[in-house]
Design a protein around this ligand. Structure first.
Ligand code: GTQ
Length: 345
């Protein structure tokens, strides 16, 4: 009963109570159904890549602190958010550059899109980055990035900024030096925690929350896992072969707020539609195809980014085989008992 006319007495009453910062629930305009005002959208890498180069000419990494182009949902311009709960940016770092050390209460993930030779250093451990790797920066862990190679490196930043902002719990600090000291060997986290086995006295993780102790999930391992799954199981009618990244310490998602997945759609895949209350951001790793989100069809190619807002029916078509990375607010929704999903006829 939006905009219902309750008559002049109630209109006068509304006005009267308004002076005391009160409003009648019966005039509420808020959305009382699943989904959000966010719109489905796709950003072509081909169009963003030259703009990243241009940004690299216009501003130094040091000036910018993080040289990032933020993908803003067309319905949320000015917010820096790609969905109500999520942030997404593309970051570029040139050979020799350093992005100075800082820490903050949002969790961050990196998904490497292009280039070799860059690293991120998280809580005293440096992690090299290769395309297709999924890399974790738990909240409140010091982190700086650098490029030791000889080509630009581009990655996607996924952060839970919007969830943190909702609670007003946004803390941040700059480290007094550009680089935080290294206290562990490169690859330490993966070597210790990344084999389905944990040292018996593993408890603490680098951040404050319950993020995964594995800092890097290398693409070759992920891809191999997908291939092996596809030889042993049937594809899901809507999702193809889809694996979620796991925190080996608790079997849950890599962050208390965000889930991340890699999925493979075999050649000729013609997916069924489904919808979920999660908000999800996809980065196309390999191949090309189409996604129909709500009423809109988007054709995607390698390195494009698209957002599937909450409760929009979504289905995939893959004339060629393709691999998709995604992250979402599924972990937060599950923790809060909110997640729902269903197949759509
Ligand atoms: O690399 O630490 O896109 O702190 C936004 C905030 C990246 C980062 C972003 C950040 C970072």
């Amino acid at each position: 009963s939006l905009m219902q006319d309750f008559g002049p007495a109630l209109a006068a009453f509304s006005q009267e109570i308004s002076a005391q910062d009160l409003m009648p629930l019966w005039e509420r305009q808020a959305r009382l159904k699943p989904g959000s005002s966010c719109v489905p959208a796709l950003w072509q890498y081909q169009r963003m890549r030259p703009l990243l180069d241009k940004a690299a000419q216009l501003i130094t990494k040091k000036q910018a602190e993080r040289r990032v182009l933020v993908l803003e949902n067309p319905s949320l311009r000015g917010s820096t958010f790609i969905a109500n709960s999520l942030y997404c940016g593309l970051q570029i770092i040139l050979p020799g550059e350093v992005a100075p050390s800082h820490r903050h209460s949002p969790n961050a993930l990196r998904f490497i899109i292009e280039g070799e030779g860059a690293y991120t250093a998280v809580a005293g451990e440096r992690t090299m980055m290769s395309p297709g790797d999924f890399i974790v920066t738990p909240n409140w862990a010091w982190h700086d990035h650098g490029n030791l190679g000889n080509e630009p490196v581009v990655w996607m930043d996924g952060l839970d900024f919007a969830i943190v902002a909702l609670f007003g719990a946004m803390f941040r600090e700059d480290y007094p030096q550009d680089r935080h000291p290294l206290t562990r060997q490169d690859g330490d986290a993966l070597a210790r925690y990344g084999s389905g086995l944990l040292p018996v006295n593993t408890d603490a993780t680098p951040g404050q929350g319950s993020a995964t102790p594995v800092l890097r999930y290398p693409y070759d391992r992920t891809r191999q896992a997908l291939e092996q799954l596809s030889q042993r199981a049937d594809a899901d009618p809507a999702q193809g072969y889809k694996l979620r990244y796991v925190n080996p310490a608790n079997g849950g998602h890599p962050f208390p707020t965000m889930a991340a997945c890699m999925q493979w759609l075999p050649r000729g895949f013609d997916g069924k539609a489904m919808r979920s209350s999660e908000n999800a951001v996809y980065s196309v790793v390999e191949g090309c195809g189409s996604v129909v989100i709500g009423e809109q069809r988007f054709d995607f190619r390698a390195h494009d980014t698209f957002v599937v807002p909450s409760w929009e029916p979504c289905r995939f078509e893959a004339p060629e085989s393709c691999v998709l990375f995604s992250y979402s607010d599924r972990a937060a929704q599950q923790a809060l008992g909110l997640l729902r999903e269903e197949r759509v006829a």
